[in-house]
Design a protein around this ligand. Structure first.
Ligand code: ATP
Length: 337
């Protein structure tokens, strides 16, 4: 089978525009699955070869046979978790899937994720087991809170108890709050070449932490504004070059450990969410084991991708390139899971 026998497909949301364009640029037909009434961007940008509309992403299971029959390789992104409500539903799908599903439980479960990153020797914010231990700034994170919704800060047990009560004691963790510059590093690991690439970086644009400075401190207090972290968009970042060697070795260790955790390890794009302190320490507070929306500013390539590739190489296109090279060298099984 060759390129023409496959299609690259994804769900219409998150980072699908670059996945579609990247597939086309590498010579694939592409297919996008949209929720009814939400397909206009894909038509307007003339980026999709086929558009399928379904009532809700959850109905993707009804398309399963068609996806299999047409050899559609699904490229997962953040919105896949609204389609497959849990990992067992995703595992039950027999559609072709780019990446290694075995690694997903290591991302989904906070404790497993911490083990993984710790084994990779990364510096992680401290986790407080009980509120009584709070002895400095902490961030309280809820489980399954996509995009930091509802997270709050506290600096002592009393403040914690007051604020957690307002959330009706939702399930949470208490994490050391690191004061520094958040930088999200977008990696790509190729199982074909065994090489790790740094594709790009971003910082997030979150409401209201990123806009609170527009209001005077007095008004912030008068209006009783609490910081919140609802992500609205992403802003490109280029890091001081002196940090690059460390970022490469951090990513390489994450890949090495992933291969010890599960056969095949992590495949393709992933992101380390870091905060760099004034003392130049790089803390990692989370890993996303797939393409992240922070790569969206780089549909036309990033300064880093521009160094390595002669064509505009988005992360979406890099995925398609990997699939193409796997097909051409008869190693497709190495990139699907
Ligand atoms: P997503 O799953 O989309 O990555 P999330 O709900 O897991 O989002 P986080 O990314 O963990 O949320 O955090 C949301 C925000 O909180 C980010 O702006 C991040 O910079 C900030 N943040 C998270 N953890 C820390 C920390 N330990 N110290 C300082 N800031 C933090």
């Amino acid at each position: 089978m060759d390129l023409k026998d496959y299609k690259i497909g994804t769900l219409g949301s998150h980072s699908s525009l670059q996945i579609l364009k990247g597939a086309r640029d590498e010579g694939f037909r592409n297919i996008i699955i949209c929720e009814k009434g939400r397909s206009q961007p894909y038509r307007s940008y003339r980026i999709a070869d086929e558009i399928i509309e379904i009532d809700s992403f959850k109905d993707i299971v009804k398309l399963e046979q068609r996806l299999i029959d047409e050899n559609v390789i699904l490229v997962p992104h953040g919105s896949f978790f609204s389609a497959y409500t849990d990992l067992s539903a995703l595992n039950a799908s027999n559609a072709l899937y780019f990446g290694n599903k075995k690694i997903l439980p290591w991302e989904e479960n906070r404790e497993k994720q911490r083990d993984w990153l710790k084994k990779a020797g990364l510096k992680l914010p401290k986790i407080y087991k009980t509120p009584e231990e709070i002895d400095g700034p902490v961030i309280i994170k809820f489980f399954g809170a996509g995009g930091g919704k509802g997270f709050f800060l506290a600096k002592n047990p009393a403040e914690f108890y007051k604020k957690i009560k307002e959330t009706e004691n939702k399930r949470h963790i208490i994490q050391e709050y690191i004061v520094g510059a958040p930088i999200y590093v977008h990696y790509f690991y190729s199982p074909l070449s065994g090489e790790l690439e740094v594709m790009s970086m971003d910082k997030r644009y979150e409401t209201n932490v990123d806009s609170i400075g527009r209001i005077s401190a007095k008004d912030q207090l008068d209006l009783n504004i609490e910081s919140s972290y609802n992500i609205m968009g992403n802003i490109p970042v280029v890091i001081r070059e002196k940090f690059l060697p460390d970022l490469f070795s951090m990513g390489e260790r994450v890949i090495e450990v992933s291969q010890e955790l599960e056969p095949g390890g992590l495949i393709g794009p992933f992101c380390l969410e870091t905060i760099i302190t004034p003392e130049m320490e790089i803390y990692v507070f989370e890993i996303s084991a797939r393409i992240v929306a922070g790569t969206n500013p780089y549909i036309n390539g990033s300064p880093y991708a521009d160094l390595r590739y002669d064509v505009p190489m988005s992360t979406g296109r890099r995925v398609a390139l990997e699939i193409k090279e796997a097909i051409e060298s008869n190693q497709l099984e190495k990139v699907l899971g």
